[in-house]
Structures are given as structure tokens and as C-alpha cells.
Design a protein around this ligand. Sequence first.
Ligand code: SAH
Length: 240
Amino acid sequence: MKKLLLSLFSMTNAVFFSAEVSGGGAVADKYAEARAEMVESQVKTRGVLNAKVLKAMNEVPRHEFIPARFLSGSSKSAYGDYPVPIGEGQTISQPYIVALMTELLDIKTSDKVLEIGTGSGYQAAVLSKLAKEVYTVEIVENLALWAKEKLADYKNVSAKHGDGYLGWPEHAPFNKIIVTCAPDNIPKPLLEQLAPGGKMVIPVGEFPRQDLKVVEKDKAGLILERDIIPVLFVPMTRDK
Ligand code: SAH
């Protein structure tokens, strides 16, 4: 039962690798082709078409953010159409969900972005390609340490260990907030730390019913909320 909770899915059909890969990718590592295929078959076909988001996902080496022991023999499994364990009972989100949430945020190059639930660090790395600054908070210390190391070369990312329910007030307000674990209500501190005109993407609800929501704060501070799709994320936990 617990295992079920720890996985994360979207309500779409799985699409797997085809043997053919498109050539011409500018990125030089061994998995550039697997990445391009991931973007084509999992992300674009499901309707995420924002060129900047696709470029960022083509660039970030997803396999480097997953501990080798979870990569079932080959780093290529990092590019499959599913979430992958990262240790401490947590998972890195399915590529499509990373793409969808990033697109929904509509990030500008001048944006300051807050992520709650650093996990592997992968989502933060994708955000770093689009935003001016990224702040990310992780509650599990070992994961926070792992991600900090993996994100060392992403100079516009700051990561810390802590309870993300509280946001990161020292760096507020944020133009965009992305939450990758599910609280049962939208945390008040996050609403407060969202800038006027800002946008938050957050899964809300308790297993087995969570909705991915877009929450917008208008210039006058009024909050508008809409549901996007049903999703399943790990729950947001709190410091005792
Ligand atoms: N964005 C991640 C996915 C992480 S899964 C990635 O790209 O890999 C969700 C993460 O949220 C887990 O690592 C979990 O430990 C973390 N989490 C749960 N509750 C939290 C809280 N209150 N504050 C910060 N992180 C939290």
C-alpha cells in the first residue's frame, strides 16, 4: 500500500521508447538521444509544446540526478515514462509531469522561482534553465544533501534542508512557486510569499484524490484557483 502512495502518475497512456532516434542533438553526452526521444514521445505527444521547456528538458541530464542503484543496470532507464525511486521512499517525477508543471508556470527569464520538494534536484535543474533564480527546499536531509551536490554547477539555484510548508521567507516574494509533494490544503505561507501577478502550481488533496492546481494572485492580491488534472504525488510531510 505504502509503495502505491510513493509513486506518481498522470492519467495518460504510457508511450515507450521506439528504436529510432532523431539525430542532430547539440548535447554531447551519451544519453542525449534517449532524452530527445523522451521529449518527443512522452512530452510533445501529450501536448506540452513550449519550446523553452522542451529545450530545457533536452539539456538536463536526468540520469545524473538518480542514484545508480535505482537505475536497473542502465542509465537509459532514467528516461522512461514513469517516476523512479531516489531513496528515502521518495521518487523523481515522471518526465511528462515535470514538463507539464514547468509549462504551467509560464516562467520568464526575470522570474524568481520557489520549489518545495527538491527530491533528486532534477526539477530544480530544469527550472534553472528558464528562470533568473531558483530556491528549493527539501525536508529529508539526505535528499537535500544529494540534491545540493548535484545542483552545485547550477549557479542560479539555492537549495536548503527544511520544511517547505513554511516557504523560504528570506527570499520572498516569488514570481512562481512549484510544489512537488501534496499538502491537503494550500499552505498559507506559500500564498503569502507569492508575488502579486504570480503563479503557483501545486497538487492538493489526500490519496487517492489529488488535483494539480494552478493558483494565481492578481495585482490586487486576489487569489484565483483552477484544477488541471488528477495526479498522485507523495504527501507533503511536516517537521515534528
Ligand atoms: N521535484 C523532485 C520530486 C520530489 S518528490 C524531483 O525533481 O526529483 C517530493 C519531495 O518532496 C520528496 O523528496 C519529499 O521528501 C519532499 N517533501 C515532502 N514534504 C516536504 C516538505 N514539507 N518540505 C519540503 N519537502 C518536502
